[in-house]
Design a protein. Structure first.
Lengths: 203, 203, 203
């Protein structure tokens, strides 16, 4: 089962990195800017989570094969962008990004609860894990973070719902693996529904 | 006495959160953006202080009732904003904000000194505690932080004066409670005087 | 030998601080904004390095004479700017900045390796130490960080080459002092060559 999570997590990191590369392309950044945006989007949330909870070593220091893969990915994508081709269908990207959002929410809230903090801040830590990378990406691109804008479909909210799914199941005595799956599913499917039906916050 | 400080601190957090909500409204953010700006403005400074000094658990993880209150406040304020009414007089806001500035300066410098660091960096930590929240708020809104601008009346300077008031009284052997009160008073009254008489830095 | 490094490091901090002051002047910030930009540019990279590696006390808390010097420098520079005079030739600034880039890369990677982390993340930490200050400076000025832009000559790349020079020499069994010197030289000379011959990344 850990193997399955490892694979999904791998895709989540790649998708988040890819969204950083697309933003870097839009802002006409060079290879250095592209790599930085990719790394920050993929690892920003987990790094802030670990700093807030005082956990070390950081994820990308322990699993340093991931930043290496992102470097290679960035080089490949930049070469392909040169020939003006989109290398991934936007629809597939939305699916993987939603999966990434769900999975990072799940791992964030699970790790936070393990450190023994109360459930409300634990849910916030889960949301921070899933969304901070994108926020820093937008700040580095000199834009108001997209997830704060009124025209954006539910995103942070999906992560929030996911973390409370995990917390509820944990409270009811279910095993962690059930909560992780349910959290990922809840957040990802809510996100996909929000995109499909253009659901936004009323306020 | 701690009860009094607790009440003032409560108002300080609320005011800082409210200033985040106003900025979020100006930038047409939704409920998620509004809550984030409110939380970041209220807890950003204290969180950075605790990270720099390596203190855990963080304030808002320990006192998780505060983020919950801010969520409720944000919902209430957004509903009221819909009807285009200002829910607090700007003059009162300036007073509470000045009080918040003073109190956060006081708690920041006191906590920093307790960890045994020298007085000059301790004064910087006090200023960081009081002002970082507003700086991150402005960055998230894609603006140059207002406290760095030439047309802004004394703000960071008031916090700096407050921290040195605390350090001086501490050096002279006064009790912490005296220093905390004097720091809060010095910073808040200097800030209010700066607003009233439009005092700005000559440089 | 440590005395020599101390002197170079002193100049590196001053140059980075000075680049913050110039940006603050361009954005018409006041004394508070100028000091903050100077401090953040000079100490931002080292502070993030220490937070990521969980090292305390922070550099500028331990050596608090440096922030004091930057305050004095900021006041002096702002007074001189009033009379519209450039106080340092831009050519000399480029030299010192390149030296600072090299030295911060060297100290960053050396400290990271000492904590026992693998070489690839250690090289990233070296680059982060040398470049984060400038990135935060640009974010506070509400601009896309200059080092990410396509028109910028090699900068982050020079730091990266420098850190791998250190890692290679360390692997070959050379003493740390040799690696530190070689890293600084490699990064600084590559940076100066890039500026002179307008070398940019092909991607």
């Amino acid at each position: 089962m850990n193997f399955v999570i490892g694979i999904v997590e791998f895709f989540a990191i790649l998708t988040f990195a890819y969204s950083g590369l697309i933003e870097a392309k839009r802002k006409e950044m060079d290879f250095v800017g592209s790599c930085t945006l990719a790394l920050v989007t993929a690892f920003g949330g987990g790094t802030l989570r670990d700093i807030l909870l005082d956990r070390r070593p950081l994820y990308w220091i322990d699993h340093y094969e991931y930043p290496i893969i992102i470097f290679v990915l960035a080089a490949a994508v930049l070469v392909i962008f040169r020939f003006n081709r989109e290398i991934l269908d936007h629809k597939i990207l939305t699916y993987i990004d939603a999966l990434g959002l769900g999975l990072f929410s799940a791992s964030g809230v699970a790790i936070a609860l393990e450190t023994g903090i109360p459930i409300f801040p634990a849910s916030l830590i889960g949301v921070i894990t899933a969304t901070t990378g994108g926020v820093i990406r937008d700040i580095l691109c000199n834009e108001i973070p997209i997830v704060f804008r009124r025209e954006t479909q539910l995103y942070v909210t999906c992560s929030f719902v996911g973390t409370w799914t995990f917390i509820s199941l944990d409270y009811l005595g279910f095993k962690h693996i059930v909560g992780l799956l349910a959290c990922t599913l809840a957040a990802a499917s809510l996100r996909l529904a929000a995109v499909k039906f253009n659901i936004r916050l009323p306020l």
